[in-house]
Design a protein around this ligand. Sequence first.
Ligand SMILES: NC(=O)c1ccc[n+]([C@@H]2O[C@H](COP(=O)([O-])OP(=O)(O)OC[C@H]3O[C@@H](n4cnc5c(N)ncnc54)[C@H](OP(=O)(O)O)[C@@H]3O)[C@@H](O)[C@H]2O)c1
Length: 215
Amino acid sequence: MNVLIIGANGQIGTRLSKQLKKSDHKPIAMVRKEEQVDKFREKDIETVLGDLEEDFSHAFENVDAVVFTAGSGGDTPKSQTKVIDEQGAKKAIDKAKNAGVNRFIMVSALKANRDQDLWSEPMQHYYEAKSNADEYLRASGLDYTILMPGRLTNEEGTGKVELSGHIEKLEGRDITRDDVASVIVQLLEAENTVAKSLDLLQGETPIDEAVSQIS
Ligand SMILES: NC(=O)c1ccc[n+]([C@@H]2O[C@H](COP(=O)([O-])OP(=O)(O)OC[C@H]3O[C@@H](n4cnc5c(N)ncnc54)[C@H](OP(=O)(O)O)[C@@H]3O)[C@@H](O)[C@H]2O)c1
């Protein structure tokens, strides 16, 4: 599959680009600045320039699947979370539909589909943006999978996760960005994960098994 990665220069996006390059799939890294292109070109990864705040329709040419792993980050004003994590994601969903690209994997966040009482006050705008984008994707008719990872770390991946529609025990747990990227690689062709929203934390199950067990 030709896989457009929106947010490719980010911490998950960079890992995902590398992993997809080694797989049977072809990553196409969407980056928003000319100076970010070389990092991918050096690894022989195709890039396309595109900014979520401008028109990026051209990025969807010859694409079979989209992974949305962009985000405004914690250091921007709250309004920017809405612009990128919600409106940017919704635009990407519309553009995928218009281009006939059916497979869409969204990197959302754990708790975005839970009761709002679980959303801490400073993070409410963030969960709201993620939740609105996820709802839009669920209603889009696309073959979506919404991945809801917990707190991300930069430790080396363990290759073992807990992946399910609802993880009960959340406290004190996290997930490496390496393992999030590995899960995304496996999700791409896993038809059993279409139309699913999946919590993701570090666990005991090898990633290929964890993905194939989803029903
Ligand atoms: N941090 C956590 O614990 C946590 C937990 C669960 C889920 N998540 C979510 O997981 C996702 C990926 O996380 P991460 O750590 O990889 O994030 P990250 O390193 O901040 O990457 C986000 C990427 O989005 C890109 N981006 C921002 N604005 C853009 C725009 N206007 N046009 C195009 N691209 C734009 C950034 O581009 P530049 O490189 O040019 O800045 C960056 O590459 C995010 O959506 C985040 O909310 C995070």
